[in-house]
Write a protein that binds this ligand. Structure first.
Ligand SMILES: [Zn+2]
Length: 264
């Protein structure tokens, strides 16, 4: 599932392929994915326009238009981009298809259709209106400690709450808490400021490294739970314990119960 590092790699792909070209035609095949937007708003604002730059906030991607507002995309579980030169033989699926005047196309594909497509007049206003927290790579340590410390739910649930901090999902939250040696069910407001600073430090290190490696899991093998999301595995820390699985806040959590201490 795309989290902050994957969305950052999609952003790079878009920047390399789809900026500064006139948009000829736009097709939408998944109107159920529209997010607070009418189909007409996407088509009318994109056709004849040009993408000039991109932004990412948490797991949201924005392609800013030369004339008016921005295209908004969320990659859900299976979203991705494909830029290609069309040929008559092969059909490529898309949720949203952008045809450029130079003959090439950018497809936003999403087989499970859990992503989102929209058009926003102003990116900052949209983020504020939706109540999203600061981006996980941009939030300061002080702000992170302050917002997390207010929460009375499991720390894993808090890290994944996009209204607290934007960009961390299921897999990266497990890795961050494993590195920080804190049990995912620990209650956030019981953790000390020092413990929250430790979590913050690992969050930054892991996300930065993942962005640097273009979210390529093969290159992130030093991170145990990003590679091995299973129970009953020998803990790599040599604690002699085994990994466990548990559903926390409706999401799957993997952890080492002997390394990761639980604070009520
Ligand atoms: Zn362990």
């Amino acid at each position: 599932m795309p989290e902050l590092p994957e969305v950052e790699s999609f952003k790079r792909y878009f920047d390399k392929t789809s900026l500064h070209q006139k948009i000829k035609k736009v097709r939408l095949s998944a109107p159920d994915m529209l997010f607070y937007t009418q189909e007409k708003d996407v088509l009318d604002n994109l056709e004849g326009n040009i993408f000039v730059e991109t932004r990412r906030h948490g797991k949201f991607f924005f392609a800013l238009l030369k004339k008016n507002g921005a295209l908004l995309l969320h990659f859900g579980m299976t979203g991705k981009f494909l830029y290609y030169t069309p040929d008559k033989k092969s059909h490529r699926s898309f949720a949203l298809l952008v045809e450029f005047e130079n003959g090439n196309c950018l497809a936003f594909q999403d087989s499970r259709r859990l992503g989102m497509i929209g058009w926003v007049r102003d990116v900052d206003e949209f983020i504020q209106r939706q109540g999203y927290g600061a981006d996980a790579l941009k939030i300061s340590e002080k702000d992170f400690v302050a917002v997390v410390h207010k929460r009375k739910t499991a720390i894993k649930t808090v890290l994944m709450n996009q209204r607290v901090v934007a960009g961390v999902g299921n897999e990266f939250s497990d890795e961050i808490l494993f590195q920080a040696r804190i049990h995912p069910e620990s209650t956030a407001n019981v953790l000390t400021a020092a413990q929250l600073k430790t979590i913050y430090g690992h969050m930054k290190t892991i996300l930065k490294e993942a962005v640097k490696q273009n979210a390529d899991r093969d290159k992130l093998r030093q991170y145990f739970f990003l590679e091995n999301r299973r129970a009953d595995l020998k803990c790599p820390e040599g604690c002699r314990g085994f990994t466990e699985f548990k559903t926390i806040g409706g999401r799957s959590a993997y952890f080492c119960p002997s390394c990761q201490k639980r604070y009520a």
